[in-house]
Ligand binder design. Structure first.
Ligand SMILES: Nc1ncnc2c1ncn2[C@@H]1O[C@H](COP(=O)(O)OP(=O)(O)O)[C@@H](O)[C@H]1O
Ligand SMILES: N[C@@H](CCOP(=O)(O)O)C(=O)O
Length: 322
């Protein structure tokens, strides 16, 4: 459960006075998520999500995240809209944290997405990449290749506590990716964390995308690689599922064809994206205070995915043909 900062009812009622969303009838902490503290609010106007921004969110980035949701929603992407306060701003402060209220999206996230869901994801990701064009604010990806070594330095000494041999394996991989990271690929606004828990479905229909708090300007195909990792492996066996990968890539390409350079770079991007999620998970694994109300995510899942990508030489290895 991700509630790092608790709130009192009195403080919440005071915070809500800045909004025009009716009277609070109930609220509870949300038992999902990793990064921020989230609460489901019920008011006489309906349900809303309250987010208190935590450690990994730089407050200077909040105008980018909140503005991006407004930009995307105005272009037809189903994503939460930040609510405007009576004074015209989007952000307030609650329990010492920057805080915002966003609209509630219907739907649930899928624990075991199948190929048709991966196809829906591919269409939605390409739509998001297109809709991001023209967004005026910029934010560099703090968790791209330049950000990996500083993060690794914080986990490296104790990495073999997670699994024997990890330190040497990651040292070698990081050095390789720093030498070979592709440059000059088409770039734009990317979501950068489009895992199944950030995509809602009703039945087989994709109904919304949430959690834009890693969004940034970076290589568009890096988002594609992140989705291959997060959606296209079999949960139980950990094996890459080519049917899901093909469905995802074909649907993405139907809306936004990958350039030959992007296709060629896919195995490298997938390795880099796997390393990025390994690193944040490893850091969290080693540094999470005991008793924090959060379910830790397994770094080794991403080490195994990384090792799979090390065996892939061309995008044909993901089932991409033609
Ligand atoms: N706009 C929303 N509509 C409905 N539920 C939401 C919304 N935003 C967040 N949630 C719920 O809160 C959970 C955590 O949100 P998320 O943004 O992923 O948190 P974190 O940034 O901490 O990872 C989601 O899995 C979902 O259950
Ligand atoms: N998706 C990341 C963790 C970030 O959590 P989220 O709840 O913000 O998606 C991972 O799986 O490591």
């Amino acid at each position: 459960m991700a509630v790092y900062t608790d709130i009192t009812e009195g403080a919440l009622r005071g915070f809500l006075e800045a909004y025009d969303i009716g009277r609070l009838t109930a609220y509870k902490g949300i038992a999902e998520g990793v990064e921020n503290s989230n609460f489901l609010l019920h008011t006489t106007e309906g349900p809303f999500i309250l987010t208190l921004y935590e450690k990994r969110v730089n407050p200077d980035d909040l105008p980018f995240f909140l503005g991006l949701m407004e930009h995307l929603a105005a272009r037809g992407i189903s994503c939460p809209l930040p609510l405007t306060r009576r004074d015209g701003t989007l952000l307030g402060e609650l329990a010492g944290r920057p805080a915002a209220i966003i609209t509630f999206l219907e739907g649930i996230w899928l624990r075991q997405p199948e190929a048709p869901h991966c196809a829906a994801l591919g269409r939605a990701l390409a739509g998001l990449h297109r809709a991001g064009e023209g967004f005026a604010l910029k934010r560099a990806n703090a968790l791209s290749v330049e950000g990996w070594r500083p993060l690794w330095e914080k986990a490296r000494e104790r990495a073999d506590e997670i699994a024997e041999g990890l330190r040497a394996g990651i040292d070698a991989e990081l050095a390789f990716l720093e030498r070979s990271w592709p440059k000059g690929l088409p770039s734009g606004v990317i979501h950068a964390d489009l895992f199944p828990d950030n995509v809602f479905f009703i039945g087989d229909a994709l109904t919304g995308i949430i959690d834009f708090y890693f969004a940034c300007n970076d290589t568009l195909a890096y988002d594609v690689a992140t989705c291959l990792n997060a959606w296209c492996f079999d949960d139980k066996s950990g094996v890459y599922d080519a049917a899901k990968g093909q469905a995802f890539l074909a649907a993405y390409q139907a809306e936004r064809p990958l350039t030959p350079d992007e296709v060629a770079a896919l195995p490298l991007l997938a390795r880099g994206s796997a390393l990025r999620f390994f690193l944040t998970r490893a850091y969290d694994w080693l540094s999470m205070p005991p008793g924090a109300l959060v379910v830790k995510k397994d770094p080794l899942e991403y080490w195994r995915k990384l090792r799979f990508h090390q065996t892939i030489e061309t995008a044909e290895g993901y089932g991409l043909t033609g």
